[in-house]
Write a protein that binds this ligand. Structure first.
Ligand code: NAG
Ligand code: NAG
Ligand code: NAG
Ligand code: NAG
Ligand code: NAG
Ligand code: NAG
Length: 336
């Protein structure tokens, strides 16, 4: 079902799919005109004005709501009003909110972990996906021996340019974790890359040993005034890149163009039959409202539960590998 393959093999599988881009819905498309006036349909990334997707106080105009099983997998009952309050607080505190997150303590001890390693994963949501939609994946990770945090971001956009949210929630919920993975789905995968890069460059707390890029790739996050993360030279960080071969949301040109930003220790997992939306547990039916074109995703040929099991397995495998033979001394620090 899930196959971990070498880069070459994975790309062969992926490249046969021609896909549109939907990973970063904050880009809108401009039609450019040659001097002769002909529309050539060049696509250029532009930041959308906040008012087009938000009420300006951290509440998105549209978000994909969690499925019933996701509400059941929450650590405590949190209704729409409860999550709205967390978004507003996250917006007010601009990344400093230590309580704007949901947490799942590990329910077992992780197999094969050395006793000194207490592990955790911070999971960033896809753009305009209610963070509660990642509770099922979070509980699967917790049952594999990992502490999990899903932060709540303003507007349901996991933008964490300087890693401030990552630092706030990891210290608040699991101060004893010694090895963190920062992972994210779709837009959240980009957010996770920025947070990991900021943390690796600017401090030792939390200690990030691994990155998880789920249905996504490392690219420019328009709202971030810092360079695009590039881990090419990073010989300590491990990464898991997890794709579904029915995911028609990923722009494969961009996926391929950005592969060189990943660390040398990257494992690619292609989930055969998996699509984009099944990395979360949300109802995508209204997502076409986000942009003036239909929602694009492939039809999965495996169940959501199977896809989430495979995703959890791949993330945990990489986190474990990252803690083995990993030089835990702090990276050389720069002024931030
Ligand atoms: C993928 O993104 C590139 C660069 O933004 C764009 O030129 C191309 O048209 C996109 N491909 C699809 C299939 O949308
Ligand atoms: C967040 O914390 C930083 C660093 O402690 C501080 O400089 C900043 O003023 C705080 N921002 C808010 C909105 O509390
Ligand atoms: C733990 O180690 C055993 C034996 O080496 C191996 O079969 C198993 O797959 C490992 N488990 C994990 C989660 O890596
Ligand atoms: C963290 O470790 C300290 C010292 O070992 C212990 O007293 C404390 O209970 C632990 N905290 C948590 C949240 O596990
Ligand atoms: C998914 O399945 C529906 C219903 O069978 C079909 O209309 C649609 O074309 C399929 N989508 C793709 C991308 O194959
Ligand atoms: C996913 O994993 C759980 C727990 O191991 C298992 O009970 C369930 O059957 C798995 N789902 C699928 C579709 O394999």
């Amino acid at each position: 079902m899930a196959s971990t393959t070498s880069l070459g093999v994975t790309l062969t599988v992926l490249l046969v799919v021609i896909t549109p881009s939907a990973v970063l819905p904050l880009y809108h498309h401009h039609r450019h005109h040659h001097h002769d006036g002909a529309s050539v349909g060049v696509v250029e990334a532009q930041p959308l004005p906040v008012s087009s997707y938000s009420n300006g106080k951290g509440e998105p105009k549209y978000t994909s709501l969690p499925l019933p099983e996701a509400l059941k997998a929450m650590p405590y009952a949190c209704d729409d009003d409860c999550v709205s309050k967390l978004r507003f607080k996250a917006w007010e505190m601009q990344g400093n909110c230590t309580t704007c997150a949901f947490a799942w303590p590990a329910t077992t001890t992780m197999a094969n972990a050395t006793t000194s390693d207490i592990m955790g994963i911070v999971l960033y949501n896809g753009a305009f996906v209610d963070p509660r939609s990642y509770s099922v994946l979070a509980s699967k990770l917790a049952s594999r021996g990992v502490n999990v945090i899903v932060p709540v971001f303003p507007n349901d956009l996991a933008t964490d340019c300087n890693g401030m949210t990552l630092e706030a929630v990891t210290n608040a919920f699991f101060p004893n974790v010694t090895a963190w993975m920062v992972a994210g789905h779709s837009y959240g995968g980009v957010g996770a890359s920025y947070a990991a890069a900021a943390t690796l460059l600017c401090g030792t707390s939390p200690r990030v040993v691994a990155l998880g890029v789920i249905g996504s790739y490392i690219t420019k996050m328009l709202q971030c005034p810092v360079p695009v993360p590039n881990f090419e030279e990073d010989d300590h960080l491990h990464a898991a890149v997890i794709t579904g071969n029915r995911d028609l949301s990923i722009n494969l040109t961009n996926f391929v163009d950005n592969l060189n930003r990943l660390p040398v220790h990257t494992t690619f997992t292609s989930i055969i039959g998996g699509n984009h939306q099944q990395f979360g547990s949300y109802d995508p039916s209204g997502r076409s409202r986000l942009r003036d074109r239909p929602l694009i995703d492939g039809n999965a040929t495996i169940s959501r539960d199977a896809q989430l099991n495979a995703t959890a397995d791949a993330l945990v495998r990489t986190l474990l590998r990252a803690t083995k033979n990993n030089d835990i001394s702090p990276r050389s620090l720069v002024d931030c």
